[in-house]
Design a binder for this molecule. Structure first.
Ligand code: TYD
Length: 132
């Protein structure tokens, strides 16, 4: 799983409350073109279950926790995200699914590309053939 990694973010501790931040092409290795977030996930639901041909992502649990399951076509790894001061960098061409959302969890997803349905690969069998 080359390049896929947890990235720790700056954490400014303050008795008034802590602060973290992300700068495009600094803390994460791409220019942020889009930001979306996932919230109000009913218990037991799963999101994702696809790969992107070109889009790169950085996923942060801003609140609560969830698992990101990443499969590179050979190997599968589960990342449990539960703090807002780190996130998971997912390069293009990785199959990823999000599940096990806690109540009131909030997932922030930063993307390197604008939304493009053509960039999605939604068939895992087909995805595996592309990775061979
Ligand atoms: P999708 O990425 O398929 O969600 P998930 O993988 O989490 O299940 O997106 C769900 C719907 O939202 C789909 O119809 C496309 C739309 N969408 C946008 O219009 N813009 C976006 O930036 C995203 C992420 C999704």
């Amino acid at each position: 799983m080359q390049d896929l990694k947890i990235i720790n973010l700056p954490k400014i501790l303050d008795r008034r409350g802590n602060l973290s931040f992300i700068e495009s092409e600094n803390h994460i290795p791409f220019k942020i073109e889009r930001c979306h977030w996932i919230y109000d996930v009913p218990g037991g639901e799963k999101r994702g279950g696809h790969a992107y041909r070109e889009n790169q992502e950085f996923i942060v649990a801003l609140s609560g926790s969830f698992d990101v399951i990443v499969n590179d076509g050979t190997e599968e790894k589960i990342y449990h995200l539960n703090r807002s001061y780190y996130g998971l960098y997912v390069p293009a061409m990785n199959w990823r699914q999000m599940e096990n959302f806690s109540t009131n969890s909030l997932a922030l997803v930063l993307s390197s590309k604008k939304y493009n349905a053509e960039d999605y690969i939604r068939d895992f069998t087909y995805y595996k053939t592309l990775k061979q």
